[in-house]
Design a protein around this ligand. Structure first.
Ligand code: AMP
Length: 467
């Protein structure tokens, strides 16, 4: 599969800067394929799932294509729902941050016409809309598509399922025939193929070929949680499993930075590695990690390529990768040379689709688990501590300390009080000693846990219905 840096895709400095600001380190496979194809002027048909990075795959060329000096609509992107239209518009807005004069507007049902008309009159060149509302504006004469250069159908199968076929056809018949046609769809059902045949001109097809990879035998589990509870969930898992050496993967450099700061602030021994760091900086961090001077390495895929450190106990997918192959590479960092390893994935919202496609690709089952509660974590840690002391008592290797105990006994303290005070002193500096560190679980996490008790199928259905 194609794994490329954005700098290899022929983008303008403005777009490269925007992508960098978004924290994207390398192009997702669909982006590596689609961007050069679309920028060369071809019609493109891509089979893609949500979460594959398809928005930027068509969004980047769309922004590149726009002539910012003229104020008429040059790109029209059709989406099935208002939520998706808003989401796509947000990404396009960010992608055009450094290309002066580019304006985009989402238009969808349920929002006042006036607001949308004002934006259109203002000279927006990129319109992202639901078919019904786009047609309404065309009929009112407030949206003119006679100079459109690029049409994108996003989630085409969903639009057809929702009965938008006639609307889409009417829109496509209105735009000039000399325009580029891009169609992304999760499935390539008969109706989609007919639409492509009718409106595409020798479209190039994107098929993301997978190399066959050996999937390591690592115990894989996932936890359904809210996005904002990810760090809390992560630290709970680290504490509960008493992990001492792990790699935590994030999808963007920005998340790596934020999470590293968060973990260090919470008292964990953690550092980062990503593509914005110099080779020397990266090597310094890696050496520290290799020599156990560091417990947790927070990394992007690019930076972590080739990490080969023995005894890594666990890999965390703080963000699930959009590329199934990256998942395999990530979890392969643990369980090396016959050791047992664990892979924990945090799954928020629509990530569940990504997880399903990872499971399909790897042919393995990732087991759903409940996050341990704070009480469970604390009990586990107390048991660990107990085992340690118990072990020391059994081996009898503590004679050296008896003068201190004798002095305390002479002062009249009971042996129980002395033992309790010693234990307290020992544990109070342990960042993982929860009583001192965390009081109540965040509401988000509590809610998310309640939610994750629901059966998985129903969850998938729910997220579908909400779209
Ligand atoms: P999409 O499939 O377009 O909905 O994208 C899924 C998520 O991946 C979005 O949150 C994007 O912001 C993010 N994303 C897209 N491309 C990249 C990339 N190259 N690197 C990191 N994150 C990305």
């Amino acid at each position: 599969m194609n794994s490329k840096l954005f700098s290899e895709l022929g983008l303008s400095p403005a777009l490269l800067k925007a992508v960098d600001r978004l924290g994207y380190e390398k192009a997702a496979p669909i982006q590596a394929e689609a961007i050069p194809m679309i920028m060369s002027g071809s019609d493109v048909v891509g089979q893609s799932q949500t979460g594959s990075g398809k928005t930027a795959a068509f969004g980047i060329p769309a922004v590149e294509l726009v002539d910012p000096h003229v104020g008429f609509v040059q790109v029209i992107i059709l989406c099935p729902t208002r939520e998706l239209a808003v989401q796509v518009a947000e990404e396009i807005f960010k992608l055009s941050a450094f290309k002066r004069g580019v304006q985009s507007v989402p238009i969808y049902g349920g929002q006042s016409y006036n607001h949308q008309i004002r934006a259109l009159q203002h000279g927006a060149q990129i319109v992202i809309g639901t078919p019904g509302r786009v047609l309404d504006h065309m009929e009112r004469g407030t949206l003119v598509l006679d100079r459109v250069k690029l049409v994108v159908l996003d989630e085409a199968d969903e639009m057809l399922n929702m009965g938008f076929r006639d609307d889409i056809e009417r829109i496509l018949k209105t735009v000039p025939t000399e325009r580029q046609f891009i169609c992304f769809s999760a499935t390539m059902a008969k109706a989609i193929m007919e639409l492509i045949k009718q409106f595409g001109r020798n479209p190039k097809t994107i098929r993301l070929e997978h190399k066959t990879l050996t999937v390591p035998t690592v115990e894989q589990t996932y936890y359904e949680i809210r996005n904002r509870s990810k760090t809390e969930a992560l630290t709970r898992l680290i504490d509960h499993h008493d992990l001492k050496l792990g790699v935590i993967f994030c999808n963007t450099k920005r998340t790596v930075d934020e999470l590293t700061n968060d973990l260090v602030a919470r008292g964990y021994s953690a550092d980062r590695i990503h593509g914005d760091m110099s080779q020397a900086q990266r090597e310094r961090v890696m050496t520290k990690f290799r020599n156990s001077g560091l417990e947790f390495l927070i990394a992007t895929d690019v930076a972590a390529r080739g990490i080969d450190v023995e005894k890594i106990e666990a890999v965390f997918n703080y963000d699930l990768p959009w590329d199934e192959e990256d998942y395999v590479h990530r979890i392969g960092r643990t369980g090396r040379v016959g050791r047992s390893g664990r892979a924990f994935s945090l799954v928020a919202g629509r990530d569940i689709y990504k997880l399903q496609s990872i499971e399909r690709y790897t042919g393995t089952k990732v087991t759903r688990e409940q996050l341990p509660t704070l009480d469970e974590v604390e009990e586990k840690r107390t048991n660990l501590f107990f085992d340690k002391i118990h072990g020391a008592l059994q081996t009898g290797d503590f004679e050296r300390e008896s003068p201190v105990v004798d002095r305390l006994l002479e002062l009249g303290f009971s042996s129980t009080d002395i033992a309790c005070a010693v234990i307290h002193e020992l544990r109070k500096d342990d960042v993982r000693y929860l009583k001192d560190r965390i009081t109540e679980p965040s509401q988000g996490l509590a809610l998310a846990q309640a939610r994750s008790k629901r059966p998985r199928k129903a969850d998938v259905q729910n997220s579908k219905n909400n779209r």
